[in-house]
Ligand binder design. Structure first.
Ligand code: PLP
Length: 364
């Protein structure tokens, strides 16, 4: 319709530039298998790193209803506090729930930063950090990726990720100013590291024996549920409840979701062998890919294989062979570094990982 032609034109433009994205509906049949376009596939691009989303304990925990209002109105529930207390017991400081990691970053950064703040943000930070900094109106300095020595001395805060979602690398967090409690605030988004790295799955900072000023973690990835938390000093918790717009002006997390997150967190802590299995699986896939001559980035359970502009052809070839591993294109990653981003799960079997290697074959 003419009224909406501009919207259709934009999508047509994306299509012409090979950048149109489309939904692909997966019907899970197991922790790392599912039906995609009528065929059974091995899923190698989910962030359910420990296979907890499929576990009966997590699914059965989903009871209760929607919370019906902001937590500050009539939407605060006992399960929200149980989950926040469980995070505090695990990580050591008060936690505040958000409905997603995206909301957590928007709410946190908007609450603690303002026009007068100068913030260093890693060039590869996630969109939720970029958007949170924009909304905060802070002065942003985009700093080179994982280069702590290039942070100007006079910033008020530094925002980095514990494990980078598109490059699979863990920065030297201890090298950042602020890492030892002096200088700028160090804010670490542990979305992909929580549950997977560090003692007791506490993340990349804990693995480096650090407690950053603020940690963001998600329940929707390794913990098999949905939602997120921000963890930091007691002063932060009170500020977030009073000033984080994505905490105040949104409905509190639904009870089933918070209960699933609590079950996922409990299982993750009870079964450290899941983390060992995840690391072993990541090593197996990484070394197999390297032996075949593929360029593999990073070091952990996110295994990005750089392919280049024809990445979607490889994506299709993998899918034809029963492997679901999404191709990642600009603007998510820079042009020329298009990649297949394999994500490993503790639930993958050796056979499934070897199948991925067989389908890829030697790099030509
Ligand atoms: C580093 C990082 N932070 C935050 C998020 C957003 O988390 P959520 O999916 O819970 O909104 C993601 C999502 O992929 C992420 O990679």
């Amino acid at each position: 319709m003419r009224r909406y032609a501009a919207w259709a034109d934009r999508v047509a433009d994306l299509q012409a530039r090979g950048r149109r994205r489309q939904l692909r509906t997966l019907t899970p049949t197991g922790p790392v298998t599912g039906e995609l376009d009528g065929r059974e596939v091995v899923v190698a691009c989910s962030n359910d790193y420990l296979g907890l989303a499929w576990r009966e304990e997590v699914r059965a925990a989903a009871t209760g209803g929607g919370s019906g209002a902001s937590r500050l109105i009539a939407g605060d529930r006992p399960v929200h506090h149980q989950l926040e207390d469980a995070v505090e017991a695990w990580l050591g400081r008060p936690a505040t729930l958000f409905t997603s990691g995206y909301h957590a970053n928007l709410g946190l950064l908007g609450a603690i930063l303002g026009r007068d703040s100068r913030v260093a943000s890693d060039a590869l930070n996630h969109a939720s950090i970029i958007d949170g900094l924009r909304l905060s109106r802070a002065q942003r300095l985009v700093v080179p990726h994982a280069a702590p020595d290039q942070i100007p001395a006079d910033v008020d805060a530094v925002v980095v990720e514990g494990l980078y979602s598109m490059d699979g690398d863990v920065p030297d967090l201890g090298g950042y100013p602020g890492a030892r409690g002096e200088g700028p605030l160090l804010i670490v988004d542990e979305a992909h590291a929580i549950g997977c790295l560090g003692p007791d799955g506490q993340g990349a900072a804990a693995a480096q024996d650090l407690v950053p000023d603020v940690r963001i973690g998600t329940f929707g990835k390794a913990l098999g549920a949905h939602g997120a938390f921000v963890e930091g000093p007691p002063e932060l918790r009170e500020l977030l409840v009073n000033a984080a717009r994505t905490f105040i002006f949104t409905t509190g997390p639904a009870e089933p979701v918070a209960a699933m997150a609590l079950a996922g967190l409990t299982l993750m802590r009870r079964e450290p062998e899941l983390r060992e299995r995840l690391a072993a699986n990541a090593r197996r896939l990484r070394s197999g890919l390297a032996d075949l001559g593929w360029e593999v980035l990073g070091e952990a359970h996110i295994v990005p294989v750089v392919v280049g502009p024809d990445v979607m052809a490889l994506d299709a070839r993998l899918q034809d062979a029963g492997i679901f591993a999404a191709g990642i294109r600009p603007p998510t990653v820079p042009a020329g570094t298009e990649r297949i981003r394999f994500t490993v799960s503790a639930a993958h079997t050796d056979d499934q990982l070897d199948r991925i290697l067989d389908v890829l074959g030697p790099r030509r």
